[in-house]
Design a protein around this ligand. Sequence first.
Ligand code: FES
Ligand code: FES
Length: 384
Amino acid sequence: MTRLALRINGAAVEAEVEPRTSLADFLRLEQRLTGTHLGCEHGVCGACTVLIDGQPARSCITFAVALEGREVRTVEGFDGDPVMAKLRQAFHEEHALQCGFCTSGMLITARDIVTRLAAADERRIRSELAGNLCRCTGYMGIVNALLRTLGEMPTEARLGKAPAEAAPAARPAAPFAGFTAKPSAASPAQAAEAPAASFGLPPEPGWSRIADHFELATGPREAWRLFGDVPRIARAMPGAELEESEGGKLKGRMRVAFGPIKASFAGTATLVREEAAMSGRLEGGGSDERGGSRAKGRVSYRILPRAGGGSRVELLFDYQLQGPLAQFARPGLVKDFAQQLMAAFARNLEQGAAAAEAAAPLKAGTLFWSVLWTRIKRLFGRGG
Ligand code: FES
Ligand code: FES
């Protein structure tokens, strides 16, 4: 194994890698950045294209160990990038994708073309795109999307100056293809506030991370007491079922459903609470025996007073999914899912506090459809 330190989508990443590991495998399997696709694995089709130090490169024929100190940008790393936003919209409007397999590589190459060649015509675009193959033969739409994007670029870009490059968002990476994560409905004040801190915890190599928060009408002391009532917390968490709780050692089950895949994770966790800091950490793992998915995770929380009353609960999720469910581990999707989960959890917790009786757990599958519906509405520009 070789120690590797590089930057991916604006975040520092350190990992141990086998010298034979390709960058594509490292991104997909170790970093869970599955937006980078693998087609031919011979450097021919372009599906695996990423940016290395700003230049398009084939990640299937690049060894990860060769990237010590380099900057890699994948399709997940363009949140806030104005050119990529235009390209995504143009791909959508010009029907520039069918199955979408080539699309992430196409978008990376397309962005390189429109920022480098402001005066490119159809012939030049086709020539520049020759290294990206579309199995659905959707080239007409793809070329039209690039022409449309060039036509909509700011004047300075048309005159040959590349538009200001948006810095890549630090991971967890931005949602892909027009999906923009929004704050959950649990707390309208979320949008105005900074995201939760990192709790001083370094990210685990190969794990994904989500920072979030929600608010409660109850004060910090009452919230702290609520968080100590483990059975009540479990009842408020959609899909959770607590089987044993003894001295901070928990045993239980978590049911989730992502599309056609349903999983029931049986697992154990350890809860550590620190009263002085009003913070806690739940750490554990579990597996779904029928489906073969496995999950490891850590939830850190801290309760803070909120200006004007009530409390703010800051959360940090670190997790790793393996097996069939890992295909849904794209940070944007999981972030949306986690936000809706937290919204339901906060509602249940408050209802339980008010009624002195905990709310019935929701089915996590319901949340999946809610997340999916929100995303479909966003995709078609109807808010959400
Ligand atoms: S998968 Fe890398 S070029 Fe085809
Ligand atoms: S849209 Fe299917 S491979 Fe290009």
